[in-house]
Design a protein around this ligand. Structure first.
Ligand SMILES: O=C(O)CCC(=O)C(=O)O
Length: 261
């Protein structure tokens, strides 16, 4: 359940819809994976453990990655992932939070949650479709994400019992795409090595993204992003009258203005 080959997207879309998640195995070449891991290690260099129980006190996190994507770029624009997210959210959507998470040995289980819980929306609304990229093999021992299959369909207030959780076991370079309504949590790391992941949220265009891209990334960095990433950073109208800059299309505004605002 929930796993399918990259070559056939429709079963993947169906699995995502029915199970609330789908694992896309081995999406990256060895070179892409190695470059992403090197980039992750550079970003993690000198980063301290988080100071709260949700992020994890034996977990190192790096947020607001849009201005320093480097070798993560092919992960964010991977066609298999892009197709699935588009199938769920529509052509126009935007990044939510983008972050790197290094779950170190000794880290206990994260509190269970569903990502779209930050929005006061009815449970039926598919507001978010997210991706966790494994930069290390995810195993039941090293903190693989624990998910409750099918829980994206549960009514408000139902929480997973322990026996309803399964670890997303996948090799480095694979990704799990999941509904923002799916209950999940980073697992306990009982291994001796770190479990690194790149986590990439996507939300409907008319919602405020969890990360404030404009402030976190800055106008000049947004301008220098490739067009697809720029649009995903929110430099695109959400509809005819939503997300404009003084009545102008934000992308045209951004490209017209060559100095910082
Ligand atoms: O690291 C993981 O496996 C999941 C993290 C997560 O769900 C979160 O922090 O929102």
């Amino acid at each position: 359940m929930g796993e399918t080959a990259d070559t056939d997207q429709s079963p993947a879309v169906a699995a995502l819809q029915d199970d609330g998640f789908v694992v896309l195995p081995a999406l990256l070449s060895d070179e892409e994976l190695a470059a992403a891991v090197r980039h992750a290690d550079r970003l993690l260099d000198g980063v301290a453990w988080s100071d709260n129980d949700f992020d994890g006190r034996r977990t190192r996190r790096v947020y607001s990655l849009l201005g320093r994507l480097g070798a993560f770029e092919p992960l964010l624009t991977h066609p298999s992932v892009r197709r699935l997210v588009t199938a769920r959210l529509g052509e126009v959507h935007q990044f939510g939070m983008l972050f790197l998470s290094a779950v170190d040995p000794g880290q206990g289980s994260q509190p269970l949650h569903f990502d779209a819980g930050v929005y006061p929306l009815p449970r039926e609304v598919e507001a978010e479709t997210n991706v966790i990229w494994a930069l290390d093999d995810f195993t039941a021992e090293n903190g693989a994400t624990m998910i409750a299959p099918g829980s994206h369909r549960w009514p408000a207030g139902r929480r997973p019992q322990r026996h309803e959780l399964v670890p997303v076991v996948m090799s480095a370079g694979s990704a799990v795409v999941y509904s923002g309504r799916l209950w999940h949590a980073a697992g306990e790391n009982r291994a001796e090595t770190t479990r690194r992941a790149l986590i990439c949220e996507h939300v409907l265009p008319w919602l405020r993204p969890a990360d404030n891209h404009t402030l976190a990334t800055g106008v000049d960095q947004l301008r220098s992003l490739p067009p697809e990433l720029r649009r995903l950073a929110g430099v695109a109208p959400a509809s005819e009258y939503l997300g404009l800059v003084g009545g102008e299309d934000p992308e045209q505004w951004l490209l017209r203005s060559t100095h910082s605002h």
